[in-house]
Each structure stands twice: as C-alpha cells, then as structure tokens.
Ligand binder design. Structure first.
Ligand code: FE
Ligand code: MN
Length: 361
C-alpha cells in the first residue's frame, strides 16, 4: 500500500509498510546504522527544517568590506587600547573555539547519532564552523595580525585556556567506539551536547558577542561587527539544533533523566558561567569606551538561565533582567542587505522554506 508524504512543498509516494519500519528504526542513538543516507520518511522534521534555514542564511566572509576596520586599526588616534584588546580577544578566542566545535561535531556527535536527517543538519553545522574559522582568517589578514601571536593566545591567556579545557574535557571522553547501551555513557553523550550547545555556544560565546557588537553599535569595526552578526545568527541555530538533539535524546532515553543528572548539568553550567565571567573581566578590565563590565556579567547570568530553562532545568540565578536587549535584534539582518549587493537575498530566494524567527537568541 502506498502513502503520500509531504515535506515542505515536495511530495513523495512511499510504500507504507517500508516507510513505517524505517521510521521506527530511526533514533537519536542506537537506531539503524546506515551508510545510504535514506532521509525518508523524516522523523526529526525540526532537523530538516533547521538544515534548510541554515542553508538559506549562507554567507561568505569576503563579501564583507573591511576598509573602515583597517583604517581604524592602523590609526592610533582612532583606536584605544581597550578597543584593540577586545578585538584581539575576539579573534584569539574564536580562532580556537570554532575549530573545537567543528571537531566535536565531526568526531563525536555526528559519529554517534544514527538518524540520517540528524547527520544532515550536523554536516551543515560543521560547515558553518568552517565559515566562521575562515572569517577569522579574513579578519587576521585584513588587519595584518600575526597569526602566531593569535595562536599563542590559546595557551598564554589563562582565561581562554580554561574555557577551552572545560569543553574539550567532555569531548575527549567520547569517541565513536563508546558503548551507548550503557546509561552512564548515554548521560556522558547528553552532557557533551549540553556543554557544547548550551554552555559554550549558548553562553560562553556571548561575552564577546556583546562587547564586539557594542563597539559595532558605536560605528566601530563595521566589517568585523557584520561578521559577528552573521556568526551570532548562525550560533542561534546551532544552540537550537543541540537543544532539540538533547531534548530528543532525553525523551527517547528517559532512564538518564535523574535528579542527580539534572544537578550535574546545572553545576556544569555554573562552572561555564564562572569561567565566562573571569574571561569577561579579562577582555574588559575597566569600564571604558561606553562599555560597562557589570552589563556583560549580568547578561551571562540572564542567558545561562534561559539556556537551562530551554532544557527543562532550573535556573541558577532566577529573575535576572536582560541588560543588553538590543543584542537579539542584531540577528535581524534581512532589512539591510545593500552592502552585500543582494547576495544573501539571492540565497534566501533559492530556499523553499521560510527563515525561522530571529528571536531565539
Ligand atoms: Fe561558530
Ligand atoms: Mn557554532
């Protein structure tokens, strides 16, 4: 017996019995292993939709002009030490972080998940980390920063080293030969997804997002600011991807959702927040150039609570107001595409699906 399936505006006719068997064999982990990437019928519709949204947001670093940034970077009268340091920390931290995220997707998460549509969206996620890494090379070459000086920051700046150690700790424990039938290992995998999606991309990226985009709002570093806006929009999709993955993993493996485990995840977020606050104090040692340290620290408490709530976990602080309400609007790039000569608009048109709401920070 045949049945018609609808995905977006495409129609497929599948043998119902085969489709139901394939659907039942799809799981986040321990599902049917297949090399043939058979996406139909879709079980994780969100993953396919997110893949389409991410693809429609495609951008290329070289499309963004860096002329004004270069002018400002080279002119001592136009640049304060604080501004120079924030930009250096931004380039230094993300040069390491983007690679670490990509490595974890390819060698851990995409290896361990089994449903093809999850592998599909994770492939796009890894590609976006490549774009982010490439955008940092573009900033480094445009400003004439010594790449070795940038790399040395991964080790020499203690707050960067500690943030990187925090995330790679849960990544190195997990490689493809892990037995996921063991509930302890399922929890470890869930923790990895939580650490990368909610603690790192979801919280520890936001100190610098806030600072670099605060400068951008003052018309400083317009090229770098644009790239950070594109990156922020991408990250919001990555956070949502890993949040959905986490929620589906838990709902398919309810035995892992114990009170001890929930507390372990909250404590992990607490550590992430502490490391990010140290890092923020390093990036902005004093209030300067219109930036207030307290705002960025408070933002981290605010966003961490939101990430926890998104995963069904209790807040760490509770009742924190958002001190940087404009940050969410920074993701809404559609209205001002002229500098891009309409290229993004072209990519968008090629996509059959609507771009998702931009308020998911
Ligand atoms: Fe990234
Ligand atoms: Mn990311």
């Amino acid at each position: 017996m045949n049945k018609t399936y609808q995905i977006g505006n495409r129609t497929f006719v599948l043998d119902q019995a085969k489709a139901e068997a394939a659907f039942a064999a799809k799981k986040v982990i321990l599902g049917r292993e297949t090399m043939t990437f058979n996406l139909l019928p879709l079980k994780y519709q969100w993953a396919y939709d997110l893949y389409r949204t991410m693809k429609a947001n495609h951008w290329e670093p070289e499309d963004i002009p860096m002329g004004k940034d270069i002018e400002q970077w080279k002119d001592a009268d136009l640049l304060t030490d604080v501004e120079r340091w924030i930009i250096m920390m931004g380039i230094g931290y993300f040069s390491a972080a983007e690679g670490i995220v990509g490595d974890n997707i390819i060698h851990v998460v995409r290896e361990l998940v089994t449903a093809p549509e999850l592998k599909l969206v994770l492939g796009r996620h890894a590609h976006e980390e490549n774009i982010h890494a490439d955008s940092l090379l573009y900033m480094i070459s445009s400003l004439g920063i010594n790449p070795h000086e940038c790399e040395a920051m991964f080790e020499d700046i203690e707050t960067i080293r500690k943030k990187n150690e925090f995330v790679t700790r849960t990544s190195h424990l997990l490689r493809r030969d892990l037995d996921l039938n063991d509930p302890k290992n399922k929890q470890l995998f869930g923790k990895n997804i939580f650490v990368f999606g909610q603690c790192m991309e979801g919280t520890q990226f936001y100190g610098l997002f806030g600072m670099v985009l605060s400068l951008y709002r003052q018309n400083k570093f317009s090229g770098i600011g644009q790239m950070f806006r594109y990156t922020l929009r991408d990250e919001s999709n990555h956070i949502e991807l890993f949040r959905n993955l986490f929620m589906d993993l838990v709902s398919e493996n309810p035995e892992i959702w114990t009170d001890e485990y929930k507390e372990e995840l909250r404590e992990t977020m607490r550590e992430a927040v502490a490391l990010e606050k140290e890092f923020i104090r390093d990036c902005l040692p004093v209030n300067a150039v219109g930036l207030r340290v307290e705002d960025f620290l408070q933002y981290i408490d605010y966003i961490a609570d939101r990430r926890l709530a998104g995963c069904g976990l209790e807040p760490l602080t509770g009742g924190v107001a958002n001190p940087l309400p404009w940050l969410a609007e920074m993701m809404d790039i559609k209205k001002e595409q002229n500098f891009f000569e309409g290229r993004v608009t072209e990519y968008q048109k090629a996509s059959a699906l609507e771009v998702a709401d931009d308020d998911e920070l």
